[in-house]
Design a protein around this ligand. Structure first.
Ligand code: SF4
Length: 375
């Protein structure tokens, strides 16, 4: 049975991390003498505000625990050079900091991939490490509702693959990556939790919590419950569960530590904007297909971001087309048209086409801004 533990942290984060992992068997269960360990935080955002990256002190505590356990080498790796900002060589002499944008990589066709069909660059250390420790920060996300361990795996490839993942189909691609590289241990650093309309906006709230576990799907299911989200709402979790990658139902997870209901900071939870119904009278939306929520969520978040910046923004002359549409000309159109997502490709010459499946939420906001400026 998969083990997950929820704990509260105190000022001694090193002890807090060790105590949390003790609840699921102790660090010695995961790291053996002579192992090469790779720790993968979520650390690609270059923002000082709390909650936008995995807590660096938790990551360093974990690295220290691994080294003390006898690991031969400990690596901390992430795409984009921001990893060097958050983990400075002079502060940490017992681990190696690596940026996955830099070589060496192996060009790999992922063996069981459903949507990432082309060969992709995989950092050698991701394949060669004995132990892979996935260290996400806890957050909402406008496209996937939550982002935790499974989505953190997007960062095992160089930055330029982000578009490939979005074009391939974001949530299916997340599952492909998790099938390719299993997380041996997951440590969610919810010291601050990112809530609201992330990644278009969002903000961190203090939460002083760790979620640790031996299965990434189980940890993410518990993370979802902590964020008051039903795991069955999250496509990449249900897909992974169906493929046998891990459990999402409570009876199949051995849960220890503090009860979810005792985490008082959950009262401050604010979900991302996932639906644009409230904006329908402010912008013309054509979305006849009811089957897919990806582009709808991205656009909802983008529109909300526009009104967060300017509550009086005038979007009345903009039409947004989403999902497969038959005979676009039969719909009411305005002068400025955004074709949003790969499904609208057949009409790409009719306006501003935005590629992706779905495109990123920030791309929705940028597209609206761009077309607003067009004369
Ligand atoms: S609407 Fe089409 S392009 Fe958008 S996420 Fe769904 S399948 Fe992908």
């Amino acid at each position: 049975m998969s083990k997950v533990a929820i704990t509260r942290t105190n000022e001694d984060l090193y002890k807090s991390v060790g105590d949390a992992i003790d609840l699921i068997g102790g660090i010695g269960k995961y790291v053996k003498k002579g192992d090469t360990v790779l720790i993968k935080p979520n650390a690609f955002i270059n923002k000082e505000e709390k909650g936008f990256i995995s807590d660096p002190k938790v990551v360093l505590s974990l690295a220290k625990l691994c080294k003390e356990q006898g690991a031969k080498e400990v690596y901390i790796g992430e795409r984009t050079p921001t990893v060097f900002k958050w983990y400075k060589k002079e502060d940490i002499n017992f681990a190696k900091i690596v940026c996955f944008d830099d070589p060496p990589h192996n060009l790999r066709t992922l063996p069981e991939a459903e949507v990432i069909k082309s060969a992709v660059p995989i950092p050698k250390i991701v394949e060669e490490c004995d132990v892979f420790i996935n260290v996400p920060g806890l957050r909402f996300h406008a496209l996937t509702i939550i982002s935790n361990g499974m989505k953190n795996m997007m960062g095992i490839m160089p930055k330029e693959t982000t578009l490939l993942i979005h074009v391939s189909g974001l949530e299916d691609a997340i599952v492909d990556l998790n099938r390719f590289r299993k997380s041996d241990l997951v440590v969610t650093t919810a010291i601050h939790t990112l809530v609201g309309n992330f990644p278009v906006s969002g903000y961190g709230i203090e939460s002083n919590t760790l979620i640790v576990g031996d299965n990434v799907v189980a940890v993410d299911a518990i993370a979802a419950k902590i964020l008051k989200v039903d795991p069955y709402e999250i496509r990449h979790l249900t897909l992974a569960n169906k493929l046998g990658l891990g459990p999402i139902d409570l009876p199949e997870i051995e849960l220890s530590g503090v009860p979810i209901e005792s985490l008082e900071w959950r009262e401050k939870i604010v979900r991302p904007v996932l639906d644009y119904e409230e904006f329908r009278d402010k912008i013309n939306i054509i979305d006849p297909s009811k089957n897919c929520l990806g582009c709808k969520r991205a656009m909802a978040s983008g529109i909300a971001g526009i009104f967060e910046e300017n509550p009086k923004a005038d979007l009345k002359d903009i039409t947004v087309v989403i999902g497969p549409v038959e005979e676009l000309n039969k719909h009411k159109l305005t002068d400025k048209i955004i074709l949003f997502g790969n499904c609208t490709f057949p009409y790409k010459d009719k306006g501003l086409y935005v590629q992706g499946c779905p495109p990123r939420a920030n791309m929705a906001k940028q597209a609206i801004k761009k077309i607003m400026e067009d004369k």
